[in-house]
Unconditional design. Structure first.
Length: 470
């Protein structure tokens, strides 16, 4: 800045154009000017707001740089580079097409406790701006929301940002097209780390733990992708997804943990969800609590919770472990359930309680559960194979009020009640079943259709080895 005038330099390049007469040696040279977005510098220790905001003459406050960027007429995303230091400010960012705040060194933004904003007291208020924050720590002790975004469209991107708080929210965002978070942490807020509504939400390699209510409270999205997210030890839920009546919601969660929360690990009712390589354990209520139209679970552990509940239409489970839950390891209510590889051990009630729909199970281990191994109620047709159901306190397998039942290669020994119990159901077809050394009957079928069996063994049971009562 010279004599109060802000100078913006432009780099000039040249484009060579060759006419058809080039063969005769004629050339046409035309200059092409390319404009670049503005960059401003802030240094709280060495700068002054009377400076021009250059690297040699930085501003002293972030807000001064924001205001200057707002007045900039250069196209593209303006950048504010913030030098190491602690900045106690109220930031208002509005009506800037795109802006990046980038920390250079150990940058700490400490929200002013007297900041006045949309929901009360907010440290950073953003409207109508595509905003990116990179490489800084934001701390806040008493404000309503450390970071409040309220706009119609636009994007918020947080990269390598650590939020440390005592206020209500780290981030409250409404009306965004996109929220993208990576490499960031959110701890110590007395309500939620992130309370956001955005069309597309992507969070990777981030931690949202030790907050009073929720790690993540999300809604209004059509796509949600969480990868390497740890939302542990929050007062209520690791993540809660609020349902939208007008949008189709698609959720992908992978390589993440939702452990040790005060109520739920993962809770919500999106339309489609895929969860893989994820844990939701040691929660005080449900590890999983959800109703999903189309759900796929793969390599998921939900142990040491009160219980786990899943409802929906299509449920596909492969390699799920639900051990040592206070009540049922897994309660399911769905139209169509497919399970391959399920481990249920040491739960305080049934290993699994399943109602409704058609069920196709394989490779299920249900052992040492207090009330029983597998309880299936009011299902359409049931097909079970390669199951090991043993040493449960009650019946190993109990099927009630269901359609036709097919059991193949089922091992059900050493249960406190019946090894296999079927009542008020359709036909029963057993092959390769073994139900020995149970406290009551090996096989008991009551008020059901025709029973056929081949290659099965029922020996040394406390009641009848086989009891079939039409």
């Amino acid at each position: 800045m010279i004599n109060g005038t802000l100078l913006v330099s432009h780099q000039v390049s040249f484009l060579v154009r060759i006419s058809p007469a080039a063969a005769l040696g004629a050339m046409l040279w035309a200059p092409l000017a390319t404009a670049h977005a503005a960059t401003f510098h802030v240094d709280g220790a060495a700068g002054s707001d009377a400076n021009g905001g250059t690297s040699a003459a930085p501003f002293a406050t972030i807000q001064r740089a924001i205001d200057e960027a707002d007045e900039s007429t250069t196209p593209g995303a303006d950048t504010i580079i913030i030098e190491e230091g602690t900045y106690e400010e109220i930031l208002t960012i509005e009506d800037d097409d795109a802006l990046t705040l980038q920390g250079n060194g150990d940058v700490i933004f400490d929200g002013d406790e007297d900041a006045d904003g949309y929901y009360g007291f907010n440290a950073i208020i953003v409207t109508d701006t595509d905003l990116t924050l990179e490489r800084m720590t934001i701390t806040d002790d008493a404000n309503e929301a450390t970071f409040h975004v309220d706009q119609d469209g636009g994007a918020l991107t947080l990269t390598d940002v650590d939020f440390i708080g005592g206020g209500r929210f780290a981030v409250m965002a409404r009306g965004l097209d996109a929220l993208t978070v990576s490499g960031s942490t959110f701890t110590g807020f007395y309500q939620s780390a992130i309370d956001a509504e955005a069309d597309a939400i992507t969070i990777t390699n981030s931690t949202l733990s030790d907050n009073g209510w929720y790690g993540l409270y999300l809604g209004g999205f059509t796509t949600l992708q969480l990868t390497q997210v740890d939302a542990d030890d929050n007062g209520q839920s690791g993540i809660y997804m609020s349902a939208s009546s007008s949008e189709t919601e698609d959720v992908t969660i992978q390589n993440s943990s939702f452990d040790g929360n005060g109520i739920h690990g993962i809770s919500g009712s999106p339309d489609t969800m895929t969860i893989s390589n994820t844990t939701a354990s040691d929660n005080n209520a449900f590890g999983l609590s959800m109703y999903v139209d189309d759900l796929t679970l793969s390599n998921v552990v939900v142990s040491n919770n009160l219980s786990n509940f899943i409802g929906g239409e299509l449920i596909d489970i492969s390699n799920l472990t639900a051990n040592a839950n206070t009540y049922a390891g897994l309660s399911l209510s769905a139209d169509d359930v497919s399970i391959s590889s399920l481990t249920l051990d040491g739960n305080g009630s049934y290993g699994t309680y399943i109602s409704g729909g058609a069920h196709d199970f394989a490779n299920v281990q249900a052992t040492n559960n207090v009330a029983g191994g597998v309880f299936i109620d009011r299902a359409d047709d049931v097909s079970l194979s390669a199951m090991n159901i043993q040493s449960n306190g009650g019946d190993g397998l109990f099927i009630d009020r269901s359609g036709d039942v097919v059991l193949q290669n089922l091992n059900a020994p050493n249960n406190g009640g019946d090894g296999i119990h079927v009542e008020d159901s359709g036909t029963v077809d057993l092959s390769g079943a073994n139900a020995n050394n149970n406290g009551d009957d090996g096989l008991e079928v009551l008020r059901s259709g025709a029973v056929t069996q081949s290659g099965s063994n029922f020996n040394n049971n406390g009641g009848d080895n086989v009891s079939i009562v039409p």
